[in-house]
Design a protein around this ligand. Structure first.
Ligand code: ARG
Length: 586
């Protein structure tokens, strides 16, 4: 069995531990070690500790310097300013520590966390019979990345695709289908595109009759009642809309290179049976009250126009349940049946008030306790190049598939331009990985709560903070490794490192900590930033430190190949966490 390397295997963690034990009051004091421009690291924690102990910070810092156990880790340590420590680590420590991580294989020396919980993550939740839009793209991309990150840290994740598969619009749709049979083909006879075009046609046609024909409207209304009371034929037709939509959803997710499991598509309707009980429990406990016939929850702090309280509607006056009742019931299911310790909802920030009210209601009801966190990762809007919400020139929402296809074809241009030894088939395969990677990366590299511009030219650019740039860095590593045939990567801790090697090595060292920090904060953009920086450092290294041409000493060749291989593995792993492929050749 491979030995389990711990996170303390990073230089950063080893240094932090050495500092902590050199502090007079070891217990609990954090040396606050950060990468720095002046030396490799700066420790700022002594200031706070001195303040707490009413000591002189410079004296305390000097004491720490005298006390610290070197253990081959340090090249230089000095007190600076009011009581900071500037620390330079030894070249040997860098390579030695990286070598241990390298030997660890796929996890790259990053151990799973001690106490994993169960995170239920609600993401990629389009609506039945409707086209997916760029907002759904964000939810899918961010959710999938978060899930990759959480899984890697050892967390157990359960996906929930809370699709919009219930509501009064189904009365209209089903009634239309009854009156125009054959408008939807059986789900197993259509591909994604056909499915969506059928659904679109039915949606538009039924909406037109609904808006113009009062009698149809009435029949549609009755159909809603039939659906809610479980009429078999009505349910069968409803199921047909759901199945046909799933064909379409799956085709989009497949194009997005994303796994969406059928058993995790648990839409709004899945909680229908729980909803009456949810309402009863809320009413009996007094969390919800009757107001004008409806069952609602009020919140002191949430007020709308004229300072009127805005309620959450659990049950409408006509007895119907809606979006909130479904989400409240889903919480019960996720906490009590799935045993979730953490709930994440990757949903447009415009629904943040809804989630605020839902979470607060669930807390009052005792369904969410201090042991369970609930978090709405509200993402911002996708903007067009003009800075306005992304629309077609005609002002319609952009079809997701068209958008992805365009990204892929732009990527094909880029790949073709650079490709020397690629066949047309290989170009197309790379183009998909580059194009979809570009779309995902553009989304993930900005903090999720911010809006971002959907700018394909920028996204597939080879220069700048793009996935293509990172993918090229990876492909370059692979090309170096291929060309080095006779030589193998071997770490040589005894060698003195060039500045570009040290910089690359120290950044590689930070991978584990970065992943844990980004995951704990649900911040994929921190991983993206890390990878971009890594690719940049690789480029510098490549410019300044020849690996095989012109050929340095044998041990230098091997050590550089080692750095290149570890960089490649780290880029690959990091991108995989975000759901982005790294082709071997570009
Ligand atoms: N289907 C909804 C929409 O398109 C998103 C569902 C979000 N998840 C939830 N549990 N409410 O806006």
């Amino acid at each position: 069995m491979a030995s389990v390397t711990s996170l303390t295997a990073s230089v950063h963690a080893r240094l932090s531990a050495a500092l902590t034990s050199a502090l007079p009051e070891a217990a609990g004091a954090d040396p606050l070690l950060r990468r720095s421009d002046r030396a490799d690291y700066q420790a700022n924690g002594i200031l706070a500790l001195a303040k707490k102990n009413k000591a002189n910070p410079r004296e305390l810092a000097t004491q720490v310097v005298a006390q610290i156990e070197n253990g081959g880790l340090l090249a230089d340590i000095e007190v600076s300013g009011p009581g900071f420590l500037n620390i330079t680590v030894s070249d040997k420590a860098i390579i030695e520590t990286l070598a241990a991580r390298y030997a660890d294989g796929a996890r790259l020396g990053v151990p799973p966390k001690d106490k994993p919980g169960v995170t239920v993550i609600d993401y990629a939740q389009p609506n039945v019979a409707k086209e997916m839009h760029v907002g759904h793209l964000r939810s899918a991309v961010i959710g999938d990345a978060l899930r990759g990150m959480l899984d890697f840290t050892g967390e157990q994740t359960i996906g929930r695709h809370h699709i919009g598969d219930w509501g009064t619009q189904f009365g209209m749709l089903i009634q239309y289908l009854i009156e125009h049979p054959g408008e939807l083909a059986p789900a197993d006879e259509v591909d994604g595109e056909q499915a969506m075009s059928n659904l679109n046609r039915v949606y538009k046609a039924s909406r037109a009759v609904f808006d113009s024909d009062e009698e149809f409207k009435e029949r549609a209304r009755k159909r809603v009642v039939a659906l809610q009371s479980g009429d078999e034929e009505t349910l069968r037709l409803w199921q047909q809309f759901v199945d046909e939509s799933k064909v379409y959803f799956h085709s989009v997710f497949e194009k997005l290179d994303m796994e969406v499991r059928d058993d995790e598509i648990v839409g709004e309707s899945a909680y229908n049976d729980l909803m009456p009980e949810t309402a009863r429990m809320l009413e009996e406990s007094g969390v919800a009250v009757r107001s004008e016939g409806a069952l609602v929850v009020f919140f002191d702090e949430i007020r709308g126009k004229d300072d009127q309280p805005v309620p959450l509607i659990v049950q409408k006056a006509d007895g119907g349940f809606g979006y909130a009742a479904s989400d409240l019931s889903a919480i019960r299911n996720r906490v009590f049946d799935l045993k979730a310790t953490d709930l994440i909802y990757v949903v447009d920030v415009r629904q943040s008030l809804h989630f605020k009210m839902v979470f607060e209601t669930a807390r009052r009801a005792g369904w969410l306790t201090d042991e369970v966190t609930a978090h709405n990762m509200g993402y911002g809007t996708v903007l067009g190049a003009d800075g306005k919400p992304f629309k077609t020139r005609e002002g319609e929402t952009v079809k997701l598939e068209d958008l992805l296809d365009e990204a892929i074809s732009r990527a094909a241009e880029v790949v073709r331009e650079k490709a020397r030894d690629l066949t047309e088939e290989e170009i197309q395969e790379r183009a998909a990985q580059v194009g979809i990677g570009a779309v995902k990366y553009a989304d993930l590299s900005t903090s999720p709560n911010r809006d971002y511009k959907f700018d394909l030219d920028q996204m597939v650019s080879l220069n700048g903070d793009t996935s293509v740039y990172i993918q090229y860095a990876y492909a370059r590593c692979q090309s170096i490794l291929r060309k080095s045939e006779g030589d193998t990567p071997v770490a040589h801790p005894e060698l003195e490192l060039a500045p570009a090697e040290r910089a690359l090595g120290l950044h590689l060292d930070a991978f584990g900590e970065t992943v844990f920090e980004a995951t704990a904060e649900y911040a994929p953009h921190k991983i993206a930033a890390y990878l971009y920086q890594l690719a940049t450092l690789l480029t510098k290294f490549y410019d300044q430190c020849p690996v095989i041409k012109p050929r340095p000493e044998q041990d230098v060749v091997e050590n550089r190949l080692f750095l290149v291989d570890l960089t490649a593995r780290t880029l690959h792993k990091g991108m995989a966490l975000l759901g982005i492929r790294t082709p071997e050749r570009l």
